[in-house]
Design a protein around this ligand. Structure first.
Ligand SMILES: C[S@@+](CC[C@H](N)C(=O)[O-])C[C@H]1O[C@@H](n2cnc3c(N)ncnc32)[C@H](O)[C@@H]1O
Length: 370
C-alpha cells in the first residue's frame, strides 16, 4: 500500500503545515479550557482524541501528532497542577506496530505532564468512537482525525461528531481524490452526492468545495461552522477542515490560519491566482498595491451589508466576518472606519469594538446618509 511508508519517508512540508495547524489550535483550545486559577466553572476534565495517531514520530524522530499534543499539554503543566483539572490524551491507531511504538514512546508515566493521562489503543476509528461514547459530548474535547484518504469521515459519522457538545474537530481529507473519482463506486459508497458539489470547480478550489459539501451535511438550524485549509502537493489539493459550534473556536482557528497564510488565511499556495508580489520593496517600486481578490470581495460585501442595514451592530459585523473566514479587526474594521470617516455611519455609544471581547453589549449602527 502506498501509505505504508508514510512515516519512513519522513514528514514532508505539507505534513509539517498540517501538524503546525493542529499544534497551534490545540494550544489555543487548551488555553480556553485550562483555567489560570482555580475556578468554579472551569471543566474538571478535558479530552484530546487522536484517532489516527500513527507511531508518534517519523523515522527521523520528528514529532507526529501524538508527540505534538504531548508537548503542547506540557506547556500547561503548571496551570494544571494549580487548578487540578485533568487532561486525557487518547491515542489510537489500527496498526499494531504503530501502537507499539506509541506505547514505547510514552512508557514513562513519571514524565507525563501533571494531571495528564495518556490512553493508547490499537483500535479501528469507529470502535474508538464507540468506546468513548460515554464521554464524548460531556467533556470538552478536540478530535483530530488524520485519516489517509477520504473514507472515514462519512456523512453519517460527520453528523454524529457535529452533534457533540463542546467538541471541536480537525480532520484531514484528500479532496482531490473526491473530485477525480467522484463517479467511482468506491467514492460513492462513502460520499453519495459529492459530485454535485464539485462539478465545475477549479482544481485549486476543490478543498473549499469539499468543505461546502460537509457544511451542507450539518442539520438545518444547528449552529456548526467549518473552515478549510487547503494544501497543494504537485497538482493535487487536499487539506484539513476545522469544525466548531462556538464562535470563539472559529476565531481562534482563523487566527492560526491567517498566521500561516497572511494573504488569504486558507491555503499554502496562491489559491485564487492573485499573483501577488511577495517582496514589499519590489511591490512599492512597481506601484503594485493589489490585495487578494478574496479580501477585496469580502470588504465590498461587508460595506454593502452595512449600508443596506443588513448588519446593524458591531456584533453583527463581528459574526459576519468570522463566519466568512476573516479577522474582524484586520479585515472588517477598516471598512467600518472608512464608512464613519465618510460620514455614512455613526455608532451608538462610541467606537466600533471588533476585538476578541466583542460583543456582550452590541453597539448599534446608525446610518446617517440616505
Ligand atoms: C496520516 S496517518 C496519521 C499520522 C499521524 N497523525 C501523525 O501525525 O503522525 C494515518 C494513520 O491512520 C491509521 N489507520 C488506517 N486505518 C485506520 C482505521 N480504520 N482506524 C484507525 N486508524 C487507522 C494508519 O495506520 C496511520 O497510522
Amino acid at each position: 500500500m502506498a501509505n505504508n511508508n508514510f512515516f519512513d519517508r519522513g514528514f514532508d512540508d505539507k505534513t509539517s503545515i498540517k501538524l503546525g495547524l493542529y499544534e497551534s489550535y490545540l494550544f489555543e483550545f487548551l488555553g480556553v479550557w485550562i483555567a489560570s486559577s482555580v475556578r468554579e466553572r472551569a471543566p474538571k476534565e478535558i479530552d484530546i482524541y487522536d484517532f489516527f495517531a500513527g507511531p508518534g514520530v517519523d523515522s527521523d524522530g520528528v514529532p507526529g501528532s501524538p508527540m505534538v499534543a504531548y508537548e503542547v499539554i506540557g506547556k500547561f503543566a503548571e496551570r494544571l497542577s494549580v487548578t487540578g483539572q485533568k487532561v486525557r490524551l487518547w491515542l489510537s491507531d489500527i496498526d499494531e506496530k504503530r501502537v507499539a511504538s506509541l506505547k514505547a514512546l510514552f512508557s514513562n508515566k513519571a514524565e507525563w505532564p501533571a494531571n495528564t493521562s495518556i490512553e493508547i489503543h490499537q483500535m479501528d476509528f469507529r470502535d474508538a468512537l464507540n468506546a468513548n461514547r460515554g464521554r464524548l459530548g460531556k467533556v470538552p474535547a478536540l478530535i483530530f482525525a488524520d485519516q489517509f484518504g477520504v473514507k472515514f469521515i462519512t456523512p453519517d459519522i460527520f453528523r454524529k461528531l457535529v452533534a457533540l457538545k463542546a467538541t471541536d474537530l480537525i480532520f484531514f481529507i484528500t479532496s482531490w481524490t473526491l473530485n477525480r473519482f467522484a463517479d467511482h463506486d468506491n467514492i460513492k459508497k462513502y460520499h453519495e452526492g459529492i459530485g454535485e458539489h464539485l462539478k465545475d470547480a477549479k482544481a485549486e478550489h476543490i478543498h473549499r468545495k469539499v468543505k461546502d459539501y460537509y457544511q451542507s451535511l450539518v442539520p438545518a438550524g444547528h449552529q456548526y461552522h467549518l473552515a478549510p485549509f487547503s494544501l497543494k502537493k504537485g497538482p493535487n489539493v487536499h487539506g484539513i477542515i476545522f469544525g466548531t459550534s462556538h464562535i470563539a473556536g472559529m476565531r481562534k482557528f482563523l487566527n492560526v490560519a491567517w498566521k500561516i497564510d497572511s494573504d488569504r488565511g486558507e491555503a499554502d499556495f496562491d489559491i485564487d491566482d492573485d499573483r501577488l508580489i511577495d517582496d514589499t520593496h519590489q511591490m512599492d517600486m512597481l506601484g503594485d498595491d493589489r490585495r487578494p481578490k478574496k479580501v477585496e470581495m469580502f470588504q465590498e460585501e461587508l460595506k454593502e451589508a452595512i449600508i443596506s442595514g443588513r448588519l446593524g451592530s458591531d456584533k453583527a459585523v463581528h459574526e459576519f466576518s468570522i463566519y466568512a473566514g476573516f479577522l474582524p479587526v484586520k479585515h472588517a474594521k477598516p471598512v467600518v472606519d472608512q464608512l464613519r470617516k465618510e460620514g455614512v455611519l455613526e455608532i451608538d455609544g462610541g467606537g466600533v469594538r471588533l476585538s476578541d471581547a466583542c460583543c456582550k453589549e452590541p453597539r448599534r449602527f446608525i446610518l446617517t446618509a440616505p
